[in-house]
Design a protein around this ligand. Sequence first.
Ligand SMILES: [Cu+2]
Length: 223
Amino acid sequence: MHSWFPENVSTYGGDVDGIFWFIFYIVTVWFFITEGLILYFIFRYRRKPGRSAVYATGDTWSQLAWVLVPLAIVVVLDVLIDVRGADVWAKVKGQRPPADLVVRGVGKQFNWEFIYAGPDGKFGSEDDLATDNELHVPVGKVIHVLLSSKDVIHSFFLPHFRLKQDAVPGRQIPVWFEATKIGEFEIPCAELCGFGHSGMNGKVLVHSAEDYQKWLSEKWPKS
Ligand SMILES: [Cu+2]
C-alpha cells in the first residue's frame, strides 16, 4: 500500500505516514458506509404507485438524530485525528533535538542556496561556504536548516523526509531532520515563486560519516 509514496528516509517519516493512513482508513470506511446508505435509500424509497412523498420538517428527535448522530461521529473522529496529529506536529515542528549540524537554507529565484559555517562554526565569517542546490549531510545525524528567503515565498520540500516548510522573506524559520539512508533525494520548491519555479529543484546528498568527512576536507583543506 505504501508504494505510491516516495521512500521514507527520515526518522519521523513513519509518524507522518501514520497520520496519513489513519485519516485514509477513517475516510475510506465512511465513504463506503455513506455511499452505501445513499444507494440503499435510493432503491428502498424509490417512486412507487400509490405512495406519495413525505414532507420532513426535522423537528422530532427521531428525525433530528439523522443530523446529530453523524455530527457526533464526525466530531469524535476529528478530535482523534487532532490528538494524533498534535503529537506528530510536536515531534516534527515543535521540539527540535539538539543539532549535530546547522546549515542555512536560502530560497531565491530560482534555486536553493545552502550556507555552511565552516570550521569556526560561525555564520557570516570568512570560511563560510555556499553551495547551490546541494545540501550535503551525514547520515544518522540531526540536521537543522535555518530557512530564509531573499525575494519571495518559497517552500522547502523534502518529500522523502516528509518535511515541508515555507521560506519567508524577513524571517528565519528552523526545521530539522535526520536521514536514515545514504543517497540523493530531491528538494523541489513547493510554492509557486515565479517563472522559473518548476526548475527550482535542489538535492539532499546523504553521505556516510567517512564520505561526509571527505567532502568537508575537500571544501576546507586547511582545517
Ligand atoms: Cu521557489
